[in-house]
Design a protein around this ligand. Structure first.
Ligand SMILES: NC(=O)c1ccc[n+]([C@@H]2O[C@H](COP(=O)([O-])OP(=O)(O)OC[C@H]3O[C@@H](n4cnc5c(N)ncnc54)[C@H](OP(=O)(O)O)[C@@H]3O)[C@@H](O)[C@H]2O)c1
Length: 289
């Protein structure tokens, strides 16, 4: 019997790469990993034809325009990739009868909350990237009711570019570092998110809708940097600074801690503490040097 196909976009990104690793434990599926060459997300009509050609049972949408600051000037492109292409993918999924898991972001919120954010809380993006991702969520759910949207935050992995790898590099290169201490959230180890996605695919019951997922715990970027410093045993001094002292083209939410109750209850997901994922990731990075 032919295996069920799972089409994964953004194959070479952080999450796509972790899905390539995690997918090895699921030999019952045929994974089709695509990136820019096979499925250019800036050409939504191509997205539709690739989905129809592959004819998957599942589409896991990890590909995205993720350059948060650059999006402030490349607004149109960000909206095509994060909005229109996602809408086209969802419509094509509906045509072929595929379920979709689309990855979104904590940046759909304005960051003014003081308590962990629930899926039903009002959105209000404060930058172009967040607004384009919100459009993608809306089009995905509208065009294919069999869609799960997972909002995640502060993603890092041994693959691709991220805060953890940047900190490790800068701690080797610079005499000291300053890191923002007034943006609060929780990091997400992409390997943990990849496991969660595949648990949803293999769950006994598919319950569409929006879900929040990050690792457990609440920290600032400064505290995250301190933990990285401790784990790699770096002597580099790390000092806290306020967001106001580090202006960037895109505004970031001050508080974006995600409440994970719904995904835990609905899909029985156990969410590891952020320190566990960070320790594993750094061990893997050190082993690969
Ligand atoms: N990183 C975070 O902190 C974070 C936080 C919250 C939510 N998210 C969301 O989580 C998901 C996965 O993020 P990630 O960290 O794995 O992102 P990533 O490492 O930046 O990977 C994004 C992937 O999308 C691909 N891509 C970009 N433009 C494309 C285009 N025009 N056509 C086809 N593919 C294109 C990239 O290919 P190239 O490498 O060739 O450009 C890359 O493979 C995304 O939906 C993102 O919005 C991420």
């Amino acid at each position: 019997m032919a295996k069920e196909k799972i089409l994964v976009t953004g194959a070479g990104g952080q999450l796509g790469s972790e899905l390539q690793v995690a997918g090895k434990a699921y030999p019952q599926f045929e994974f089709v990993f695509v990136d820019k060459d096979e499925m250019p997300l800036d050409q939504p009509e191509m997205v539709r034809s690739v989905v129809e050609e592959v004819h998957p049972s599942w589409c896991i949408s990890c590909g995205a325009y993720t350059a948060v600051d650059k999006a402030e000037t490349e607004t149109e492109l960000a909206f095509v990739i994060n909005g229109d292409a996602v809408g086209a993918m969802a419509a094509a999924c509906k045509t072929v009868g595929a379920k979709m898991i689309h990855i979104s972001t904590d940046y759909v919120f304005d960051g003014e909350s003081a308590i962990p954010l629930k899926e039903s809380d009002p959105t209000g993006p404060i930058n172009v990237y967040g607004a384009s991702k919100l459009k993608g969520e809306q089009l995905a759910l509208q065009n294919n009711p069999d869609t799960v949207v997972i909002r995640t935050a502060w993603v890092y992995s041994e693959f691709g570019h991220n805060f953890v790898k940047t900190m490790i590099r800068l701690m080797k290169e610079k005499p000291s570092l300053t890191v923002i201490d007034d943006q609060i959230g929780s990091p997400t180890y992409a390997a943990d998110l990849a496991d969660t996605i595949l648990k949803i695919v293999t769950a006994p019951r598919f319950v569409p809708g929006i879900y929040h997922y990050s690792n457990e715990g609440q920290i600032s970027w400064y505290e995250f940097a301190l933990a990285i410093k401790e784990l790699i045993g770096s002597p580099c001094p790390v000092n806290p600074i306020a967001t106001a002292q580090y202006p960037t083209p895109a505004k970031r939410p001050h508080y974006s801690l995600l409440d994970k109750s719904l995904i835990k209850k609905t899909y029985g997901i156990e969410v590891p503490d952020w320190r566990k994922g960070l320790t594993t990731c750094i061990r893997k990075l050190q082993a690969s040097i």
